[in-house]
Ligand binder design. Structure first.
Ligand code: FES
Length: 154
């Protein structure tokens, strides 16, 4: 369930846009910041606020990789495997992460520290291969660099 505070913030967001629906994605991000992901009941609440069907909101949530439909780890590692990154050995980076963390894309480590995701273009093709960990970009990745990054994440 959304808190009163989040409901008030969503109301304020809606007021900033000429069309109510324009506030949907930032509102989903706000809702996600409360519980770490968007549970089905929260999606229904948001749908009600926006006068949309739950399915319409679910379509948005399932499209954007920054919106999570299940709990995620402390660090969400999104590895781009689109064409530029693929040509620069992104598959090697992803395979290394799978082996090192012992999980496949879409999974979270047992200690809840890392979630691994394979994503489409992160819009930094000139610095491929690229991964995003939470809000930060990591570019020109190598297996050695990804190991250093993992060590730095406490
Ligand atoms: S293809 Fe990876 S950032 Fe664009």
């Amino acid at each position: 369930m959304l808190s009163d505070t989040t409901r008030q913030k969503i109301g304020a967001l809606i007021g900033k846009y000429p069309q109510r629906r324009s506030a949907l994605i930032p509102s989903l991000q706000l809702a996600q910041s409360e519980a770490g992901y968007l549970a089905p009941d929260v999606i229904c609440e948001i749908a009600e606020i926006f006068d949309l069907s739950p399915n319409e909101v679910y379509e948005v949530v399932s499209f954007y990789t920054m919106l999570y439909r299940k709990p995620v780890g402390k660090y969400v590692i999104q590895v781009c495997t689109n064409i530029s990154c693929l040509l620069c050995k992104a598959e090697e980076i992803l395979a290394h992460l799978e082996k090192r963390l012992g999980i496949k894309p879409g999974e979270t480590t047992a200690d809840g520290k890392f979630t691994l995701l394979e994503v489409e273009c992160l819009a930094s093709c000139d610095t491929a291969p690229v991964a995003q960990i939470n809000e930060d970009y990591y570019e020109n990745l190598t297996v050695q660099r990804i190991d250093e990054i993992l060590e730095s994440l406490k």
